[in-house]
Design a protein around this ligand. Structure first.
Ligand code: F7E
Length: 347
C-alpha cells in the first residue's frame, strides 16, 4: 500500500481528463479528478470509458480560481503528481469571454503552482500548454524553442500559465513541466471543436437527421493527433528525470476542408467542392445535394492559419511517438458518431 501513487487531474470531465484518468487507474494510481460546479455536470466521457465507479477514482468539485480551496485540496490529497488539464479551452469563446478565460486558464494554473509551493514543493506538476501559443507561427515546423505569438485570449492566457510553470521550475526548483500539445481529437471530443462537429454532422447526414453542415474557415491547417496517445505523453513527461518542456504533435498538417472530405468518405459519401472562401460549398458527388456551407459566424477575429509540430524531442527523450493516422482517427470518430446518433445519444 505504501507505494501507491496519488494523482490529481483537474478537468476530469473533459476529453483529456477522462483518458488520463483511465490510463493512471490502469497503472494503479489513486486518482482524484476535479470538476467545476455547473447546473448540470456531465460525466458522459468517464461513463463511456467505464471508469466512473472505479474504486480508485475520487471525483471532487473544485474551482481553479480559488487559491485557498486549491491549498486545502492539496493538503488533503497528499498528491505525488498533478496534471492541470482544466481550462476554458475553446478558442472561439475566449474572444467573447477574455477575462474569464484569463482567470481560469491563466491564473488557475498559478493558483496550483502557489498551492504546491506552500503545501509540498516535491509534487510533480504538469501544465497543459498548447500549440495555440505559437499562433502566427514564427517557424515551420514548431518546436520547443520556436518563439511564441498567440492569436487569441485563450493562447495568451495559456502562454502566461506556461511561463509561470517555467518560472516556478527555475525560481523554486518545483518539478514543473509543460507539454505543448498540438490539436488532439477522439470520439470524446466536445462538439464545439471542429473535428467532432464534423464527424457528428456527417453521421447525422448519413442517417438523414441533418441536411447541411455549416462551418467557418476551411483553409485553417492543423496538426491533429489521437488524444488517447497524447495523455500517455503527459504521463511520460512527468516520469522524466528532470522537469522540462515538450512538444507533442504528429508532424503532419491538413486543412479543415481535408478533414471534412475525409469524414464524409469514412461514411461512404464523396464530396465535391465549388467556389471560394465564404461562398465555398460542398456537394454530394452522387446526388448533387448541398452538404457543406460556410457561415461567417464561425470565423474568428484573428485566426491561426497553420500549425505543424515537431515532436522529435519527445521521441528522443521520452520514447513517445504518435501511432494513429488521421484517416484512422477520423474513421474512429465517424463510426462512434454513427453508433451514437443511431442510438439517440446527444453529447
Ligand atoms: C491545441 C488547441 O486545439 C483546439 O483549438 P482550435 O485549433 O481552435 O480547435 P477548433 O477545433 O475549435 O478549431 C480548429 C480550426 O477549425 C476552424 N473552424 C472552421 N469552422 C469551424 C467551426 O464551425 N467550428 C470550430 N470550432 N472551428 C472551425 C477554426 O477557425 C480553427 O482554425 C482546442 O483544443 C484548444 O484548447 C487547443 O489548445
Amino acid at each position: 500500500m505504501q507505494n501507491i501513487k496519488r494523482a490529481l487531474v483537474t478537468g476530469i470531465s473533459g476529453q483529456d481528463g477522462a483518458y488520463l484518468a483511465q490510463l493512471l487507474l490502469e497503472k494503479g494510481y489513486e486518482v482524484t479528478g476535479t470538476f467545476r460546479r455547473t447546473s448540470s455536470v456531465n460525466f458522459w466521457r468517464i461513463e463511456e470509458l467505464g471508469i466512473q465507479n472505479h474504486p480508485n477514482l475520487n471525483l471532487v468539485e473544485h474551482d481553479l480560481t480559488d487559491l485557498s480551496s486549491s491549498i486545502r485540496l492539496l493538503q488533503k490529497g497528499r498528491f505525488h503528481e498533478i496534471y492541470n488539464l482544466a481550462a476554458q479551452s475553446f478558442v472561439g469563446v475566449s474572444f467573447e469571454q477574455p477575462v474569464t478565460t484569463a482567470e481560469i486558464t491563466g491564473i488557475g494554473a498559478v493558483n496550483l503552482l502557489e498551492a504546491i509551493r506552500i503545501v509540498d514543493p516535491s509534487i510533480r506538476f504538469y501544465q497543459a500548454s498548447t500549440s495555440e501559443m505559437f499562433g502566427k507561427v514564427q517557424a515551420i515546423p514548431q518546436k520547443e524553442d520556436t518563439p511564441f505569438y498567440p492569436r487569441s485570449p485563450y493562447g495568451v492566457a495559456k502562454l502566461y500559465a506556461h511561463w509561470m510553470t517555467v518560472n516556478y521550475r527555475e525560481s523554486y526548483g518545483i518539478f514543473g513541466c509543460s507539454g505543448i500539445l498540438f490539436n488532439h481529437e477522439s470520439p470524446l471530443r466536445g462538439r464545439e471543436f471542429v473535428t467532432r462537429k464534423i464527424t457528428d454532422a456527417v453521421a447525422k447526414i448519413k442517417l438523414d437527421k441533418l441536411d447541411v453542415l455549416e462551418l467557418g474557415n476551411l483553409d485553417a491547417k492543423r496538426d491533429w493527433g489521437f488524444a488517447k496517445e497524447y495523455v500517455e505523453g503527459m504521463w511520460r513527461i512527468l516520469q522524466a528525470d528532470k522537469p522540462d518542456t515538450y512538444v507533442l504533435a504528429t508532424n503532419r498538417t491538413e486543412t479543415v476542408r481535408d478533414f471534412v472530405t475525409m469524414a464524409f468518405k469514412a461514411a461512404g459519401i464523396a464530396i465535391e467542392w465549388q467556389g471560394e472562401a465564404e461562398n465555398e460549398t460542398g456537394h454530394d458527388a452522387q446526388t448533387g445535394k448541398l452538404r457543406v456551407r460556410i457561415s461567417p459566424k464561425f470565423y474568428r477575429p484573428a485566426e491561426v492559419d497553420l500549425l505543424i509540430g515537431d515532436p522529435a524531442k519527445a521521441l528522443t527523450e521520452l520514447g513517445w511517438a504518435p501511432k494513429t493516422t488521421l484517416e484512422e482517427l477520423c474513421q474512429m470518430m465517424v463510426e462512434a458518431d454513427l453508433r451514437r446518433n443511431a442510438a439517440g445519444f446527444s453529447f
